[in-house]
Write a protein that binds this ligand. Structure first.
Ligand code: GLU
Length: 464
């Protein structure tokens, strides 16, 4: 069978081709001459599978798209608090090249406008413009999974018309935001913008953000998770120049665009998207790129505010009776009931809250106003099965550890079925060490532990 996805992408691309409005960026000579018939779209899944159609090998300069990744590098090199001292995170509503600083703090308002991006560039490791640009080129190449190059023609062309960015550099220096030679910093920033990519590179770079900083193909953990969150947050509020509000409501994917016609979108946990088409709207965003992203978001339900999964159905309970095994027919737990709580899916706060609520309800004292509560107050053992848990976040793990500690404090025997070691008992807080539950790999092991070797179970829904 042929995958329907490239065919679908082709239809989306062909439909967008009929949009004729916009014009390439005129202030950089090389970009002004861009072939406006070129168009491409790529999707990179977080497991590294990439789909692309159209002119997916055509290279173009990253321009402002580089800002998102260089911000991540500045955070890595200086630490988030140092970066926040220098660059704010408020959407500006101004044009990208506005000469402005935040009132009161004198910082650039965010890292996605030029003032903030030039500052972020200055915070990247390196004492000279060359060293900083090398560090950035290395970092961006690692994200793309191949060696990227600076487009010297684009660099030289932008340098010729860099007065405004130079003015921003001098403004930053006089405000004490940067300390080195503003010309060097701005030249480095312009080189960073002139790094060439194609849509496949960009989709993979975006998917690295979607994949919590882990490169979907190489598996390298490139960007720490806390920085990913920071970068995606500012992409959401400031990534599409002064069209951020329209973008968030229509597309709803953290994104960044560049004046060469590229756009990236990084939907957390799902997919990285990249589009290319040089004609820009009056805000500087690729007209066809925006249309493609709107269509993809609508058709594929990619808006981050779509409530597609209600976090309720992650706990199920079953009850089983332990049947004596031949080897240990007189085990004290035989013929007694065991209650099994199974967690499913990606468990976060709501899933762990459901579990702790179920534990309290089923195992606590019966409450007159809640018929059915306290049904299993006398159960001899509690099994918590994590077999179908795909991920367990830190808060869910903490609530689970604490609930188990409390059950054991009541003198109950607790068995955790954890074939993939997602429970990470070793990381339990000190209190939990006092009474550790039995952690086993399979249901059979759990049964043998509770009822003795060779025992079996009869459960109401016999899935245990
Ligand atoms: N090199 C461009 C500039 O600073 C980047 C602008 C952009 O892509 O928004 O003017």
């Amino acid at each position: 069978m042929k995958s329907p996805i490239p065919d679908y992408l082709k239809v989306v691309l062909d439909n967008a081709r009929s949009i004729e409005s916009g014009a390439p960026a005129s202030y950089i000579e090389t970009l002004a001459k861009a072939d406006t018939s070129k168009m491409a779209v790529a999707l990179a899944m977080v497991d590294g599978n990439v789909y692309s159609v159209g002119d997916d090998q055509v290279e173009f300069s990253m321009q402002s798209i580089s800002k998102a990744f260089v911000y991540a590098m500045a955070i890595e090199d200086r630490g988030l608090s140092k970066v926040l001292e220098k660059i704010g995170v408020e959407p500006s509503g101004d044009a990208f090249n506005q000469l402005s600083l935040e009132r009161g703090t004198n910082r650039p308002v965010n890292p996605m406008i030029n003032a903030g991006a030039i500052t972020a560039h200055s915070l990247v490791d390196g004492t000279t413009a060359e060293e900083r640009t090398e560090r950035i080129l290395r970092g961006l190449s690692q994200l793309a999974g191949r060696q990227l190059q600076v487009d010297e023609e684009v660099y030289e062309a932008e340098l010729k018309s860099a007065d405004r960015n130079m003015a921003i550099g001098y403004m930053l220096k006089s405000a004490g935001v940067i300390s080195c030679d503003p010309r060097d910093i701005v030249k480095g920033y312009i080189r960073q913008c002139a790094i060439n990519v194609n849509v496949r590179d960009l989709a993979i770079m975006a998917a690295t953000l979607s994949n919590a900083g882990v490169h979907p193909i190489t598996g390298d953990h490139i960007i720490p998770q806390a920085s990913v969150r920071q970068v995606l947050s500012v992409m959401t509020t400031c990534g599409m120049y002064d069209a951020a509000g329209d973008w968030v409501s229509n597309v709803g994917i953290p994104a960044k665009s560049g004046v060469a016609g590229g756009i990236i979108g990084a939907l957390p946990g799902q997919v990285g998207i990249a589009t290319f088409s040089p004609n820009l709207d009056e805000r500087g965003n690729s007209v066809r790129g925006v249309a493609i992203c709107e269509k993809l978001s609508r058709d594929m339900g990619l808006h981050m505010m779509d409530v597609s999964q209600i976090a309720g159905a992650t706990v199920s309970t079953t009850v089983a009776t332990i049947v004596a095994g031949a080897k240990e027919p007189h085990h004290p737990n035989c013929e007694r009931e065991v209650i099994i709580f199974s967690l499913r899916g990606a468990v976060r706060f709501p899933g762990s809250e459901r579990l702790s609520r179920a534990l309290v309800r089923e195992l606590g004292e019966p409450k007159p106003d809640d018929p059915g509560s306290g049904r299993y107050a006398n159960t001899c053992a509690v099994v918590i099965s994590l077999r179908d848990v795909y991920s367990l976040n830190t808060v869910a793990r903490r609530i689970l550890h604490e609930s188990i500690k409390r059950l054991m404090g009541e003198g109950r025997s607790v068995v955790v079925v954890d074939p993939t070691e997602i429970f990470q008992l070793a990381k339990a807080e000190d209190g939990a060490k006092a009474g550790r539950p039995r952690v086993v790999k399979s249901e059979i092991e759990a049964r043998y532990y509770i009822g003795g070797i060779g025992c079996s179970t009869i459960s109401i829904e016999d899935d245990w």
